[in-house]
Design a protein around this ligand. Structure first.
Ligand SMILES: *Cc1c(COP(=O)(O)O)cnc(C)c1O
Length: 400
């Protein structure tokens, strides 16, 4: 065993070392946001602790009402996570063994695991390269008599083409379940994410635009009967107490999370405006140094409102990973959403997809890189990010 010895560093050297280190830009810094609402959140948490009521209760009901009005839907049902929201939505439609559920492959895992856990088969649809969202033109050919639902994902904070998807769904009498985990407050043709399909699924995971201090989720719907069924399913199918009409799950929302979310929801519009301003600033900065021609910058659909859960660029083939490594050296945080599309995940190997079967999903997985976009990000930090990317491409050895 080695003995740790403390090394005395003269103050002058320590200061030098600090100033020589690049300042760094985090991909996400939740503490900056927390500091601005610290006192209010502490009070809300204290109130829950004093009440001794830790599951559901009035805070959850208030959250359901406020999110319903924010999303412009009549009904909202809180649950334990976005993953559970997707699971509950499929359960409400009785999806089970032998059924098929259509969804994009280029998304977070939970979209597909919900169907899988019910014994149903996820059927993966390729994406549109510009929006990264489900391509409606690839959808209809995949519908079979076993298809039970369509789950478009509003990836990165921008809605999928719900007009085209909705038209196909209506023709085939299929429900549309919006995976709006990344898109609270996003709009499509003036309507809010979660209010357009039959059910909307939200996540309050801390990296989402409205994040709690743990896990949380919520379902939105315009259908009162469906809302009742979701309420039943989220609490063991129990009604009244200890009488079970069917087998539900335990997916209640913690009161503490609801209390935190009730505070944070009041700030969501301001934070969204911050994300939108940051996205505009990136566009200007990239254009200013000519990088807009080299990189694929995100495009906002004319008929929508983008809420920028992520700012994702495309990097020319083969350059993405070296760029990411270079930015990491400069202490600039980035992420790859998502390195392996779901149809090529090991756990879904039995579905039989081969590389090349969904070319746009696979190309996105090779080319995309998420940059910091959180509301509290400063203009100087954005400049640092863009300058570092410019420096990478200026060096011919790196930029080739
Ligand atoms: C985050 C996310 C989920 C899952 O939400 P959790 O609250 O983490 O369970 C589902 N779908 C998408 C697209 C997500 O980004």
């Amino acid at each position: 065993m080695s003995v740790a010895t403390s090394v005395h560093v003269p103050a002058s050297i320590a200061v030098r070392a600090l100033t020589d280190t690049p300042a760094g830009v985090p991909l996400l810094d939740v503490q900056r946001q927390y500091r601005t609402i610290q006192r209010e959140v502490a009070q809300a948490i204290q109130k829950v602790c004093d009440s001794g009521r830790f599951i559901m209760g009035p805070d959850c009901e208030q959250l359901e009402q406020s999110v319903a009005s924010y999303c412009k839907v009549p009904h909202a049902v809180a649950c334990a996570s976005g993953s559970d929201a997707l699971l509950l939505a499929l359960m409400a439609y009785g999806v089970g063994p032998g059924d098929e559920v259509l969804m994009p492959s280029y998304t977070f895992f939970a979209t597909a695991s919900a169907a899988w856990r019910l014994g149903a088969k996820p059927v993966f649809v390729d994406i549109e390269p510009v929006s990264f969202n489900l391509n409606p033109r690839a959808l209809e050919a995949l519908i079979t008599p076993a298809t039970k639902a369509i789950v478009p994902v509003h990836l990165y904070g921008q809605c999928a083409d719900l007009r085209a998807i909705g038209a196909i769904a209506r023709r085939h009498h299929l429900p549309v379940i919006e995976d709006a985990a990344q898109a609270i407050g996003a709009e499509f043709e003036g309507r809010r994410a979660g209010s357009i399909g039959d059910i909307g699924c939200l996540s309050f995971y801390p990296t989402k635009n409205l994040g709690c201090f743990g896990d949380g989720g919520l379902l939105t719907t315009t259908d009162a009967q469906l809302a009742e069924r979701l309420r039943l399913l989220r609490a063991h199918g129990m009604q009244p107490r200890y009488y079970h009409q069917e087998v539900g799950i335990n997916s209640r929302l913690d009161t503490l999370q609801a209390a935190v979310l009730n505070v944070k929801l009041r700030y969501l519009e301001g934070w969204t405006a911050g994300r939108q301003a940051n996205a505009r600033r990136y566009a200007e900065l990239f254009a200013g140094c000519g990088l807009d021609r080299m990189l694929g910058l995100p495009v906002v659909a004319v008929n929508g409102r983008h809420v920028w859960n992520q700012y994702v660029i495309r990097v020319p083939e083969g350059r993405r990973d070296p760029l990411r490594a270079y930015l990491a050296e400069q202490k600039i945080g980035t992420e790859i959403y998502y390195p392996v599309p779901l149809h090529l995940q090991e756990c879904f190997a039995t579905l039989g997809y081969e590389p090349g079967s969904l070319p746009e999903s696979e190309r996105a997985a090779r080319e995309t890189l998420a940059l910091p976009i959180f509301p509290e990000l400063t203009a100087a930090e954005q400049q640092t990010v863009v300058q570092a990317i410019a420096a990478f491409f200026k060096n011919p050895r790196r930029g080739q």
